[in-house]
Design a binder for this molecule. Structure first.
Ligand code: PAF
Length: 284
């Protein structure tokens, strides 16, 4: 049994937060959906560096899953998560109940007009409305000074920064680098769905990003040539289905045909039944 302090009720979390504010301490918040891996733990470490009090939440947010997505199957292991958070010296694990977060009659959602109409937002139409709604609710409950999100979910990070700016939230949003396995696979809770065969094919995402980086460094500027190469790499692996491969502006997410400034290359690929995403910033 882990000894980390947990809070379940919204009111208790708000009162705890009020006491931290009264004491003049700086609070950092790292929201998660649990089933923690080294990527999450790197966010906790960063949190420990930048603030006095570190709060992490674990909540598998139903509002960001579409009807045919993996909400029911999403991996969960709260006991293990709490032990890992304790080892990272996280002060509070906030574990709210879905019924309290979304009570009967809940009807207010937060939606951005532009950034979600790109990349993952096109194939997962409710994703960003669900993410912004839960993140804003968590911000109102936890009341942090700083919040940390991983750059693996690059579009999510941009969407949250935009929301914080548009709605004048006094919260500093920090993006932290993607953590990879030794062979380059980006860490994700969804990697746990992969069979050992699929795990090998999942490497095609990283391989195609690395190849793109090499091509840009060698002077290739035409996005379509790079996307064609990445498509070939991924399609050469069985059991893969490309959702999208995009090279786009790293702030607006608008497509870029010529890489004449740093550009985001982002991709989503189904490996077996598991949808994986990854990205890199290509610098000419
Ligand atoms: O990145 C995630 O794990 C989730 O989208 C988040 C930010 C915790 C919101 O549910």
């Amino acid at each position: 049994m882990s000894a980390i302090k947990t809070i379940n009720k919204i009111k208790d979390m708000q009162e705890y937060s009020d006491r931290i504010h009264e004491g003049g301490e700086c609070m950092v918040f790292i929201p998660t959906m649990g089933f923690l891996h080294q990527g999450h733990l790197s966010l906790m470490k960063k949190g420990r560096e930048v603030a006095d009090v570190v709060v992490a939440s674990i909540f598998v947010n139903p509002a960001q899953f579409g009807p045919n997505e993996d909400l029911a199957a999403y991996p969960r292991n709260i006991e293990r998560d709490l032990e890992l958070l304790e080892k990272e010296h996280v002060d509070i694990a906030f574990l709210p109940d879905a019924k309290e977060i979304y009570p009967n009659g809940f009807q207010t959602y937060v939606e951005l007009n532009y950034l979600p109409n790109h990349l993952c937002g096109l194939s997962r139409p409710v994703l960003f409305r669900g993410v912004t709604t839960i993140v804003l609710k968590l911000f109102n409950i936890v009341k942090p000074h700083i919040a940390i999100f991983g750059q693996k979910d690059y579009q999510q990070l941009l969407v949250i920064k935009q929301m914080v700016c548009d709605l004048n939230y006094d919260i500093e949003v920090i993006g932290a680098p993607t953590v990879r396995e030794k062979d380059g696979l980006a860490m994700s809770s969804r990697n746990s769905y992969l069979s050992s065969e699929e795990r090998i094919h999942a490497l095609s995402l990283y391989k195609s990003l690395k190849k793109a980086m090499e091509m840009v460094e060698a002077g290739v500027k035409d996005s379509s040539i790079i996307i064609k190469e990445a498509t070939d790499i991924i399609n050469s692996h069985p059991d893969t289905l490309i959702d999208y491969i995009e090279i786009c502006d790293s702030e607006t997410l608008d497509s870029m045909t010529t890489i004449d400034r740093p550009a985001l290359m982002a991709l989503a690929v189904k490996v077996g039944t598991t949808r994986l995403i990854d990205n890199m910033v290509l610098k000419p």
